[in-house]
Design a protein around this ligand. Sequence first.
Ligand code: G
Ligand code: MN
Length: 343
Amino acid sequence: MSAVLGDWSWVAGEQALSLEMRPGRFTEALSGHWTLTDFGHILDGLSLRRLVDALSGDEPSVTCGLQLADGRAVHLAGTFTRPGEARGLVLEAGTADAESRDPQSQLRAAYQPIYNLVTGRIDGFEALARWDGEDRRDRAQGPRTDDRALASNMLLQASEALARWQAETGRPDLFVQVNLTGRDLDDATLADLVAALVGGFSLPPGSLRLELTEQAALRNARQAQDMAVRLQAAGAALVLDDFGSGHSSFLWLADFPAGGLKVDASLIARLQTPRVRIILESVTQLAHRLDMTVTAEGVETTALLPELRQSGFDFAQGFALGRPLSRDQTSQLLQAPAPALPG
Ligand code: G
Ligand code: MN
């Protein structure tokens, strides 16, 4: 999973690019303090052009695939922490490199808005995996999907997008939620990647959130719990996904140190039946007593919004409120004057 090869920083005033590489294949070639001209000597020509563009500072985030003169490739991803100063991660090429031939390069994260039901504002997004504009769930899972690379790719894209939106809007409270599978939790390097992304993109702790289903965590409960603690230490927050469907045992709530709960769409669709209403009112109370926020998933009609508020929900997400959008469309949505919650 972990594609982190090292860290980089850039100071425009001094034209200084510093790379601190972890021990590995690229350590010798890349480590050190470089002028752009010197660094250009170890790159192919087009890569230097791309790097200069990426560091020119028009964009708050930096993401750039670099081909070395010896044929190898890496990816720089990061963000401007102030005008003229940027830092970030050196990653394995292909993790998010649109120009690479990696099948993952077809993968584009789409971001579905999550509305705060009290303020009516968008506070965050769920990152959803799309291939060529399709929703992953709409297509059969074929050999094209490498789940191991999927989570790190989604985490990278979502972190980069979040850093950009936070910078563009001046709202460090914006968050993004990325789905993890049970297999992702088996991967010991996941926490390392999360720490590197939170640090590399200067994300406020807890603004990168990981959605987990109980089913995923149940594969190996003990290990999943250890991983959850490590992910939180790495600066991520955890959200329990699809709550209310499947087993959803109270042990899951008791044992998992999550900051949020997402109530499954199948229950939300039945909010207007009295028994479901009582159940959901109790779930939000329970969650709040456990210091968790509660999100209603799959909200397909704005007619539900008043009742969601009355039932204690904090957030709502669904087609009635917003379809998944690209990173740039999301930037526009956030910059549009006061995108108001319908209903
Ligand atoms: O389980 P999870 O929360 O990760 O599910 C997210 C999925 O739900 C995505 O595939 C997304 O496209 C889909 N989705 C989002 N909003 C709605 C909605 O209002 N209705 C339906 N049916 N699906 C939705
Ligand atoms: Mn989810």
